[in-house]
Ligand binder design. Sequence first.
Ligand SMILES: Nc1ncnc2c1ncn2[C@@H]1O[C@H](COP(=O)(O)OP(=O)(O)OP(=O)(O)O)[C@@H](O)[C@H]1O
Ligand SMILES: Nc1ncnc2c1ncn2[C@@H]1O[C@H](COP(=O)(O)OP(=O)(O)OP(=O)(O)O)[C@@H](O)[C@H]1O
Ligand SMILES: [Mg+2]
Ligand SMILES: [Mg+2]
Lengths: 262, 262
Amino acid sequence: MPRILTLANQKGGVGKTTTAINLATALAAIGERVLIIDVDPQGNASTGLGISRAGREISSYDLLVGESDVAGAAVMTDVPNVAIVPSTMDLLGVELAIAASSDRAFRLRDALRGMDGFLVAGKPVTYVLIDCPPSLNLLTINALVAADAVLVPLQCEFFALEGLSQLLQTIEHIRSTLNPRLSIQGVVMTMFDKRNNLSEQVLTDVRSEMGDLVYDTVIPRNVRLSEAPSYGKPALLYDLKCAGSQAYLRLATEVIRRERRL
Amino acid sequence: MPRILTLANQKGGVGKTTTAINLATALAAIGERVLIIDVDPQGNASTGLGISRAGREISSYDLLVGESDVAGAAVMTDVPNVAIVPSTMDLLGVELAIAASSDRAFRLRDALRGMDGFLVAGKPVTYVLIDCPPSLNLLTINALVAADAVLVPLQCEFFALEGLSQLLQTIEHIRSTLNPRLSIQGVVMTMFDKRNNLSEQVLTDVRSEMGDLVYDTVIPRNVRLSEAPSYGKPALLYDLKCAGSQAYLRLATEVIRRERRL
Ligand SMILES: Nc1ncnc2c1ncn2[C@@H]1O[C@H](COP(=O)(O)OP(=O)(O)OP(=O)(O)O)[C@@H](O)[C@H]1O
Ligand SMILES: Nc1ncnc2c1ncn2[C@@H]1O[C@H](COP(=O)(O)OP(=O)(O)OP(=O)(O)O)[C@@H](O)[C@H]1O
Ligand SMILES: [Mg+2]
Ligand SMILES: [Mg+2]
């Protein structure tokens, strides 16, 4: 069974999708085989990896309503050893479609349990990364219930701090009710701008509040990270040498080191 | 009756809250009396205007479930002529609370129809601004149904473009089913960074696609805008001379000019 990491934060625009795309690519670069599950109806992770609308015939919607399994829904990306189950706006209707069923919170977990036959480069997947929408709705709950651990992208901004305690409460609630194995892998600080004091201050506040949970690696604000998706590529393929790509490579080795410690 | 403008965009982190706070302050600075309704469970607009947790005894949750009217829920802010109905995390439960009732999409509209007795500086409110969460859920639908017009904050980033057509479809759908008077007041480009080509490219793309709907005023990326909320103040009170504050003052005069043309 692969390790399942969910990228969650109900605050919008903090770097969940950018982290999902570039961390997946970096993990693949150091030898892992990665499947991304895009459960955000916006489908930014799918677009950022170059999956056209036509390539999303079968999507994470089908996985959640039980009309497809992982092998049927996953598509390879242009990144070696990275596959994705893409998303479409159909996901907006999933809450309606499954709200009445008693297993509505376990749909994604159960779908991922049936992925043994799915191979990437002829071998089983070692990591699954799940990209969430900016809310604590049934899609994000499904991702938290399916996960072994949560990776929290946190922007170095004042408003981002405000939502952190709510997110931690939700994770604890899921752990104590629906998914006892759920832990926090770590908190990754994003869009750090060394020219502005606010970034420094938020970083210091979060490190003092969260301690070792905060990764040593801090992702800098770097325009190459926001340019890459318009070419349908992760930053590591668009510009490997840029500060953003290098930070995600460091993050990948730190994630693996933490996984080994478990 | 005041003019009701809703700030909506399901893409996260594009500047909805920053625009709600600073446009409200700028409108008040040019003589309007403004009420903000915070319907985002994160409560960033409430925090950014200095409303403590204790000051949110009655909130937009109570408005939506019918346990309070505007006069009972609104509190004055430190900004002259700006009041707010604050929000709390209780809002996360509102969908459950009102999902079964047939008027669930009209709760906010009906609550705002009953605000005649609510006065700011002894006079009726002239503008209501509604700040939405980053999703197209029942809270955002309530805000679109209650509105006369929508103001769309759009970040100068590639991913922000992707969600625009979906948002426009949703607005059109609400207009044709639940709120025939709903129009688009305009699209305001935010976090424009003149140092990077991507900003320029996105601005050009949006102007060619949306034409006159795009305000002439473009909000620059300006760190003072993101520092101000940590002091519980709008940027106009924190640093009136900064580029961000000056842009929001220009936006306010442009919004009024468009309103007058109607
Ligand atoms: N380190 C960075 N430096 C510069 N830009 C970044 C960085 N990380 C992300 N971005 C850009 O900031 C915007 C927000 O990032 P992203 O879309 O990944 O956040 P998100 O949390 O997934 O948003 P949402 O809440 O809408 O899902 C995007 O336009 C992205 O390209
Ligand atoms: N023009 C700007 N320049 C610099 N920073 C900005 C600007 N506008 C907003 N910000 C900052 O960017 C972040 C996102 O903005 P904001 O929270 O207003 O967006 P939002 O759309 O309301 O987010 P959400 O989708 O989570 O509700 C905040 O930390 C804010 O302080
Ligand atoms: Mg995203
Ligand atoms: Mg907001």
